[in-house]
Design a protein around this ligand. Sequence first.
Ligand code: GDP
Length: 359
Amino acid sequence: MITQLNQRIFVAGHTGLVGSAIVRALRRQGYNNLLTVPHSHLDLTDQAQVRQLFQREQIDAVYLAAATVGGIHANNSYPAEFIYSNMAIETNVIHEAWRHGTQRLLFLGSSCIYPRLAPQPIPETALMHGALEPTNEPYAIAKIAGIKLCESYNRQYGTRYRSVMPTNLYGPCDSYHNENGHVIPALMRRLHESKLAGANEVAVWGTGEARREFLYVDDLADACLFVMNLSEDRYRGATLPMVSHINVGSGMEVSIARLAQLLAQTVGYGGELVFDASKPDGTPRKLLDVGILNALGWRAEVALERGLRETYHSFLRAEQAGTRQQLARALDQQSRRRREMYLPPVALEHAYADMRSPY
Ligand code: GDP
């Protein structure tokens, strides 16, 4: 193992989909000196704050999972935010890591770095061989800059900064925002709410013909630890100094139409799925070539159906916790006003405990 269990490991973005999965994986493997800082105490787009953090802490390794992310609508609507904040986070963290002697860093990119019409499955060498998908070009440019920052510091300063490019991700702790989320969490919420409301039909954006590869986030976290801990010889043997990123995918792609059916089954929604072709499809296909990672000895384990079930249980728990918080606030207000309680706390606790995943 390259990183030691007692080393100071900073997980940037630890509350997000990817960062929280990396923290779970590190804890599972026995890492006992993790550094995580809440967003309220550390703005990674602020260079002075990032510098202070690296000055204050003796950081041995960084998992750079912090990013401004979103689905096709958010990327298209807030391009300035996506390019600015991602470039600022990467520049600050990578540069300050180098300035303070942190030798190891893993940068998390995205499969949208590749050209819109890249050959499928997409090899790492397809990077910068064609025009990007316009709906997420600013985000992609920021992520390409992150890879190039790592490579440049490695080439000039001899650091060991590595990059992984995950395919479309899903899992617990995602953003379930209807408009701004990615397809799985956004559609899951819509289907769930439509089921509760007894709605006859649910809108699915685009034609349904676009195809995507999906990877469960705990699989990605496992791959991140795997790549971080590869010996330098093995990493260099599998990459090139200026094509140093490694794809992480499941190797399985589905059409959005099929995904919507699977989601409806998972949620238990029996109504009709109506495709809204006025919404963009985005890239027609995005299947990563995971030959390099497979040859190094890593493979994804969680099948889509199982991952969707896990994600739905986590969604229900989050919903329940939110309802519980709302009810707790309401109870608080009510008791302050000396009114009769609406629901005793014991009953709330019980309702929450029932929502735990059976898997
Ligand atoms: P992308 O891979 O960057 O396009 O990420 P998304 O997860 O946002 O979208 C993937 C595909 O799902 C696109 O073809 C969308 O048009 C389609 N899609 C269908 N319904 C939805 C939805 O409710 N939200 C999102 N974000 N995408 C949807």
